[in-house]
Design a binder for this molecule. Sequence first.
Ligand code: 3PG
Length: 305
Amino acid sequence: MKILVATSKPFAPVAIDGIRKVTEEAGYELALLEKYTEKAELLAAVADADALIVRSDKVDAEVFDAAPQLKIVVRAGAGFDNLDLASATSHNVVAMNTPGQNANAVAELVMGLLVYAVRNFYNGKSGSELMGKKLGLLAFGNVGHNVARIAKGFGMEVLAYDAFCPAEVIKKADVEPVASREDLFSQCDIVSLHIPATPETVKSINGSLVGTMKKNAILINTARKEVIDEESLLTLLKERTDLKYITDIMPDAHEAFSTLEGRYFSTPKKMGAQTAEANINAGVAAAKQIVGFLKDGITKFQLNK
Ligand code: 3PG
């Protein structure tokens, strides 16, 4: 059995060591395709793969067509908008993710970016503090939980809205549930996005919603660029010169956003899950899930049921 790790944005070497250990202990072979830039490289590499581990790498019908032996693909991470689940099913491939494994890494980045933002990107001018501010979490999954935990250490008041998570679960984490997205945006000083990219959420964060935020508010996005309606957000930010937009996923309109001097920051490459710890957690979990499936038929975390 051959397990292929195909990552255009590679794992930390220590994570590969962990994946190799799990793979070899199971008696399987490990193949690596790291830092590839052309889809053709991926198509060639999957030709004899029985299992595939990816990150945000796009796995579509073309990839499944090129992988006749493929039995399982695991997205080492949370968001699986890069996997064509219908195509996986029609190719008899089990698709999984590894929820929660990189959540702390993303949450720590949220807080790091927020400190950077309220201190005016360390430009020497007097900034502000996070303590006492209202932080709104849009979606309260694994990342939301971790952001809440850390934000409370900063002395922030944390609110959350999640269409799928019961208010009791939010309250149990000592976070205040609110009734709607609109309430969250209008009540908070900072809103942090933790929604997946789905047909319902794409372009759902627009200028009119963000425009209800308080004076000097901050919108922070460590989720997906697709959930932002860039055009209307940009129009709003040009009018509301008190607002800031901070993102870990560079917008398509990055150059236009860059004209909002002192009010916009994007990491050059998505960095949320890019820590050795998160790479080990998600990479090793992916390898273990593959071994569990191939040896014992375990389908926990299967997405295309
Ligand atoms: C996720 O969905 O797990 C995160 O966005 C991390 O994505 P990455 O593996 O591309 O860094």
